[in-house]
Design a binder for this molecule. Structure first.
Ligand SMILES: [Zn+2]
Length: 121
């Protein structure tokens, strides 16, 4: 795959392209399995982080498309999709719980409410 730095996310996304908007601190791509679902990965201390090594881009943590039919699970590492095993329902549930915990810990530390942080308050 390749990555493209953009100011505005284009309307028609191409397969195998990771569109990155620094301005909006987010990236978007079409699901790696080819199902054409759009996958949005916002960048924040509690969501995704990306590494740009000057040539290629990596995202962390992995991307689990549990809300799609395909349920694909993969990493983006050095401009490549690295497919992972599909998670079981229990793993998905545990993962969501962990995510929630991590977020609440972060917001406690930051002493701001999640709503304020999202600019909704
Ligand atoms: Zn898919």
């Amino acid at each position: 795959m390749k990555h493209k730095f953009v100011d505005v996310i284009p309307e028609n996304l191409e397969d195998e392209v990771l569109y990155i908007s620094i301005k909006y601190a987010t990236a978007i791509h079409l699901c790696a399995c080819g199902c054409k679902n759009e996958v949005v990965t916002p960048f924040s201390p509690t969501d995704w982080q990306f590494i740009f090594d000057g040539k290629t881009v990596s995202l962390s943590p992995s991307i689990g498309n549990w809300s799609f039919k395909c349920q694909s699970h993969y990493f983006i590492k050095n401009d490549e999709f690295v497919f992972m095993r599909r998670w079981t329902n229990k793993e998905i549930k545990d993962g969501r719980k962990k995510d929630k915990k991590r977020k609440s810990r972060y917001f406690k530390k930051a002493r701001i409410s999640p709503l304020a942080w999202l600019g909704l308050k």
